[in-house]
Ligand binder design. Structure first.
Ligand code: KG4
Ligand code: ZN
Length: 344
């Protein structure tokens, strides 16, 4: 059975994992950098890159030890090659190249988004292509038809902020701390979602896309009004996000044929209210619902190792001159939308 070493360093998690082609996770090691970034209320790219430099090597050693294997037992090295904070991506990719060079094993340069997109297949061995994927993370909010390894059709994306970004900014505005998603979710549990009137951008719109910037501005105004509890704003915000995700996903289900399942991945998929809503939506549409466990939704190296296993099985490996990419769309044919660097 193939054995893959996966490396992840595209944002503020440094991670190494050993994953087999038959879905066994022999080791997964992860070091978050919350403490280093918390004073700034968000990820500082250079601090992140410097931390990856220090942490990644020892994590690889620890992962090999935990799995009880040597580098020579590995069939390929899979490293995130983008998209993400370029300094961090370079650290992981160069580490992957060095290990590939030293071991004589192939390099698999993994698109971080493909790691998220295929992670549900690591969690669920019955999940077949094609499936409808809601990919919701700190940097992305997309609906994709996953047709196969390396074959993604983007059905919708955000015209401004990603959903996770909106969670993070809301947490910052409400003084809940960083990282924002889990803090907002915890605060929302103690709040009344109906107490604060907040907008649902693009709800019911015939166009397929998402938008969260207006919601963020409304959170700012609600906070500045000085009459609402932070818990109530958090609950109202989370409900608004859930309503938007539901409306847009429901629209995509109506416009998509042949999907075997409704699948969610990315950091925001760790949110209980988001998962519950999607489960209901899948039931309503007669689709199977697949969501990886929360730890596999947020950034990790097991998903990169698994994407590496899927790509290796498809005969896809990469040369040592593969570039690191800050931007790397999963569907290169998707049209650009307003807000994505395009003036409308
Ligand atoms: O996939 P991920 O770990 O990194 C990216 O590739 O962006 O996603 C991180 C995002 C952050 O914006 C974080 O606030 C959000 O996922 N997140 C959550 C929760 N846990 C993480 N958002 C809402 N509820 C959560 N429980
Ligand atoms: Zn991610």
């Amino acid at each position: 059975m193939t054995l893959i070493l996966g490396l992840e360093s595209s944002c503020d998690e440094t991670a190494a994992a050993l994953v087999t082609g038959d879905r066994r996770i022999l080791a997964h090691k992860l070091a978050g950098q919350e403490a280093a970034h918390a004073p700034y209320g968000g990820v500082v790219p250079e601090i992140a890159a410097r931390a990856h430099v220090e942490i990644l090597g020892p994590l690889v050693t620890a992962a090999l030890d935990e799995a009880g294997v040597a580098l020579s037992d590995v069939d390929a090295i899979a490293a995130t090659a983008g998209p993400g904070l370029i300094g961090g991506v370079m650290v992981g990719l160069v580490t992957g190249k060095a290990l590939a060079l030293a071991s004589g094993k192939p390099l698999v340069a993994v698109n971080h988004l493909e790691g998220h997109a295929l992670s549900p297949r690591l969690a669920d061995d019955a999940l077949e292509f094609p499936y409808l994927l809601l990919l919701v993370s700190g940097g992305h909010c997309q609906l994709l038809l996953v047709e196969g390894v390396g074959r993604y059709r983007r059905l919708a994306t955000t015209i401004d902020d990603a959903a996770g970004e909106a969670f993070d900014k809301t947490a910052k505005l409400l003084g809940l701390g960083y990282p924002g998603g889990p803090k907002v979710e915890a605060a929302a549990a103690a709040g009344d979602a109906g107490a604060v009137p907040l907008p649902r951008p693009l709800l019911g719109s015939p166009e397929p896309h998402f938008s969260f910037a207006g919601l963020k501005s409304a959170v700012l105004r609600a906070r500045d009004a000085g009459v609402y509890r932070a818990e109530d704003i958090a609950a109202g915000f989370q409900k608004a996000v859930v309503d938007c995700l539901q409306d847009r996903t429901r629209r995509a289900i109506r416009h998509t044929e042949g999907a075997t399942a409704l699948v969610v991945a990315g950091g925001v998929a760790a949110n209980g209210a988001v998962r519950a809503m999607l489960e209901g939506l899948a039931q309503e549409a007669g689709l199977r619902f697949v969501a990886p466990p929360a730890w596999l939704c947020t950034d990790n190296a097991a998903m990169i190792g698994w994407a590496g296993a899927e790509r290796l099985a498809a005969g896809l490996t990469d040369p040592l001159d593969t570039p690191a990419r800050a931007r790397w769309p999963l569907d290169p044919d998707a049209e650009k939308v307003r807000g994505a660097g395009v003036k409308a």
